[in-house]
Design a protein around this ligand. Structure first.
Ligand code: B12
Ligand code: SF4
Length: 498
């Protein structure tokens, strides 16, 4: 195969969800004449099962053959820690089948651990940070690189005859987000038309906060203050108007990490949104920014669903371990402001935080019983690479060096230390919303609570979620659940008895 001079061709592989990152990169490449394709499988819950558990050589070999049958110049992989192992396996099968296909890795995991990612023999190049223009530079330099030259490319490190060319230290960001073309939605929609119903969009990149369990803590320290950036309201409205015309979505999901942080910006944006778009939408916010004005603006603009990260109600642990200054009265007020305006409110909460114990969990259940959001979503703390809390847990002996090595190589379950005392409280955290406040007070104060130590996640979490979604037309999880059901059906076809 001689690819010199001809139109270059990138194939992406992705699983599970729509990826805005891949869509943006594809839009930039296409605009510059690079052909793109997506191999998409809505198959495995990597994050639910850990990609190390469901690795099935045959399935991944099949995916690798499918990738090779398209004969791309480059296979581009977007890595999260949870999906790292599976992607590395597919990459190694692709290399075995066709060593001429160059494999480029980018995304969160590759950006956090560029040296480790590039040390895998199947990976030819990595992109560090936001990849739109780095990938373009790599594609445009392919002939030169593999013709024996050594161009330096911003944000890219590649292997060339046993040498590594580029810098691991640069983390690339796009300073002017309006200059990036709109995401290439068709790349995903052609593979899975059900995604058209809920339009994923982002107004900002980065986050002004720096919580210890989140990627932003590390990246803000690496990139500095300029990492939190907005698009202009007009640019987003233009994208959404085109989307309405082309795909007729019934819901908009804002994937911003902290929607509504800048008061002036959000006022202008939501007023425009109300006039020109007005579709029901979902957004994630921080309790500290909720004011009556913001709640009014969101309600007026047709906000249907708010996800609010509370994470811990222990003010001391929140401050010292999570690096968040959460005040209980502020959370209670935020819940009231949002609920009184008829928006569905999901509070995100983390259990398993170093220093917290069963009485903190019980206190959490009591707090939410008294100050009721619509739903509480409880996650067990996972230790992600480079997060401050991971280092904190290592220092305290909660996780070992071996756990960290495992996590960095994609075995995220290595850091999860679940305690027995959790299962009954988790069950009630998901069910209390359907029950009377006084009854839940009695459940907490009597021994009744502990009779429900339920480990099965379908009974303790999935069923109450599904029930809530059935009862509430404006629940965004309806779209999510449809996709989960499709995944289970696809899964049965692949994993079930043949
Ligand atoms: C929206 C979001 C989601 C959405 C959509 C996910 C998706 N596929 O996009 C939902 C709710 C479904 C979700 C689920 C999960 N998420 Co999430 N999510 C985010 C969030 C807030 C924004 C992602 C986004 O759209 N960014 C905007 C685009 C433009 O950026 P991007 O995707 O990073 O892509 C850019 C670069 O990374 C790079 N790039 C990306 N891919 C590639 C590929 C190549 C080849 C190249 C060269 C470059 C490149 O260039 C892109 C363009 O600039 C991030 C936070 C963050 N800061 O990243 C967390 C984040 C990615 N999520 C995280 C996690 C843990 C999860 C879950 C595992 C949670 C869980 N337990 O269920 C699942 C995994 C699901 C999955 N397989 O995707 C972690 C990942 C940490 C890690 N070390 O891997 C993050 C970083 C949050 C955190 N805790 O810090 N998530
Ligand atoms: S507010 Fe959310 S997105 Fe921002 S740093 Fe904290 S956890 Fe991360």
């Amino acid at each position: 195969m001689n690819t010199f001079g001809r139109e270059k061709f990138v194939t992406f592989f992705y699983n599970d969800y729509e990826s805005l990152g891949i869509e943006y990169i594809s839009a930039v490449l296409r605009k510059e004449g690079v052909k793109t394709k997506l191999i998409y499988k809505n198959l495995i819950d990597y994050y639910a099962f850990d990609s190390s558990r469901k690795i099935d050589g045959k399935l991944y070999q099949k995916i690798a053959s499918e990738i090779c049958s398209h004969n791309p110049d480059v296979l581009a992989l977007s890595l999260l820690t949870d999906t790292f192992k599976a992607n590395m396996l597919i990459a190694s099968f692709v290399k075995e089948l066709n060593p001429k296909i160059k494999i480029l890795a980018g995304g969160v995991h590759a950006s956090l651990l560029p040296q480790l990612t590039l040390s895998y023999p199947q990976i030819d190049a990595i992109s560090i940070g936001e990849g739109e223009f780095s990938v373009l530079a790599y594609m445009q330099s392919l002939d030169a690189i593999y013709g024996g030259e050594f161009p330096l490319l911003k944000g890219i490190v590649y292997k060339q005859n046993e040498r590594l060319i580029g810098s691991f230290l640069d983390y690339t960001i796009n300073e002017e987000l309006d200059k990036i073309p709109f995401p290439d939605k068709d790349l995903f929609y052609n593979e899975d038309p059900s995604m058209k119903s809920h339009y994923f969009v982002q107004c900002s990149r980065g986050c002004p906060f720096a919580c210890s369990f989140c990627i932003n803590d590390y990246l803000n320290s690496k990139v500095g203050g300029k990492r939190f950036r907005y698009r202009s309201p007009e640019n987003i409205i233009e994208e959404l108007m085109l989307a309405k015309q082309k795909y007729s979505p019934s819901f908009v999901a804002f994937l911003d990490e902290c929607f509504g942080f800048d008061k002036e910006w959000i006022t202008k944006f939501l007023n425009l949104y109300k006039d020109k778009i007005a579709l029901p939408f979902l957004a994630s916010i921080h309790p500290n920014i909720v004011t009556p004005q913001l709640a009014d603006l969101m309600q007026d603009a047709n906000c249907a669903y708010v996800a609010m990260g509370v994470q811990s109600l222990n003010e001391n642990i929140s401050k010292t371990v999570l690096k968040r200054s959460i005040k209980r009265d502020k959370v209670a007020k935020a819940i009231e402001l949002i609920r009184s305006r008829n928006m569905i409110l999901q509070c995100d909460h983390i259990f398993g935080i170093p220093g917290e114990n069963r009485s903190d969990m019980l206190d959490t259940l009591s707090f939410y019983n008294e100050n009721r959001p619509s739903l509480v979503s409880v996650y067990w703390l996972s230790f992600y690479p480079k997060a401050y809390i991971t280092e904190f847990a290592r220092e305290k002996g909660i996780i070992s060096e071996q756990d960290i090595e495992d996590i960095e190589n994609g075995k995220i379950s290595s850091g999860i230390k679940r305690v027995y005392g959790y299962y009954d409280i988790n069950f009630w955290m998901n069910y209390f919303i359907f029950l009377n406040k006084n009854f839940i007070r009695w459940v907490i104060n009597s021994g009744f609570l502990s009779l429900f130590k339920i480990k099965n996640i379908f009974i303790s979490s999935a069923f109450p979620r599904a029930l809530f979604a059935l009862l509430h037309k404006r629940d965004w999880n309806r779209y999510y659940m449809r996709r989960v059901i499709m995944k289970k059906i696809n899964n049965l076809k692949v994993w079930g008895p043949s």
